[in-house]
Design a protein around this ligand. Structure first.
Ligand code: C5P
Length: 236
């Protein structure tokens, strides 16, 4: 598949399961996302094991957020794992993002804007002045200015953020659901993967709509990944 757009969320505490998922879907996947659940359980050694299974790009979703000096040092600890993407919270500010960028020059530092789990009223409660859309757009702008190469945002913010950051930045959106998925799981404001990409997202993060099919067999899982890829590419 040329130009795959799916980042598969490898959300499992089972390494063999992760291996199965990766081997089954590699043709359709741009990168595999390993998050806190995976990293806190298996650590760098687990990431190296995933590397041995697959030459695919890795998205290390550690959502770092601390003072610049600490983030600089934390980032330096994982550069040998060679993730393509490494997440930091944009709300850590420009100096923190720049510190990450400077200490991992070969990694695409990926700034997470407003968590899509937050409602507008929770955003106000935290103390951000604007609504989610304005706050996320501001964060994206400051992150790119500080050197971030990619932005994570809600699919509902893709248009505004693409306009704000231009074409050279990767925009990555979780919170997507294929039209035939039926249930929203615990995702609230969803959009289809093909709509998110058509609006300007570079990649979509998808987990359960694909990985949940493993219990029906590898071929069901591969078929779903293939269908979603096809749908995305048809709309481009
Ligand atoms: O299974 P599902 O497709 O919902 O998985 C989406 C992945 O994206 C999960 O790893 C989840 O933690 C992550 N994510 C999300 N919404 C965000 C940020 C990350 O669903 N706002």
């Amino acid at each position: 598949m040329n130009n795959p757009r799916i980042i598969l969320a490898v959300d499992t505490p089972d390494l063999d399961m992760a291996r199965n998922w990766i081997e089954t879907t590699s043709e359709y996947i741009a990168a595999y996302k390993l998050g806190l659940e995976f990293f806190l359980k298996f650590g760098p050694e687990g990431v190296r094991k995933i590397r041995e299974i697959s030459g695919a790009d890795l998205f290390l979703d550690l959502k770092l957020h601390d003072i610049p000096n600490t983030v600089a040092s934390a980032v330096a600890q994982v550069t040998d794992l060679a993730p393509r993407f490494l997440t930091v919270h944009a709300s850590g500010g420009s100096a923190m993002i720049s510190a990450a960028v400077e200490n991992a020059p070969l990694v695409e530092i990926t700034a997470v804007t407003v968590l899509t789990s937050l409602s507008d009223s929770e955003i106000g409660e935290i103390g951000f002045a604007g609504r989610a859309l304005d706050t996320a757009t501001n964060m994206a702008k400051l992150a790119v200015k500080a050197g971030a190469a990619a932005i994570v945002c809600s699919p509902l913010e893709v248009v505004a953020i693409r306009e704000a950051v231009g074409p050279g930045i990767s925009i990555i959106t979780p919170g997507v659901r294929p039209a035939d998925h039926g249930v929203s799981d615990d995702q609230a404001r969803t959009m289809t993967p093909e709509a998110a990409v058509a609006l300007g997202a570079s990649y979509v993060v998808i987990g359960r709509p694909i990985t949940g099919l493993w219990k029906q067999g590898a071929s069901a899982m591969a078929k779903k990944a293939s269908e979603i890829s096809e749908q995305i590419n048809k709309n481009l």
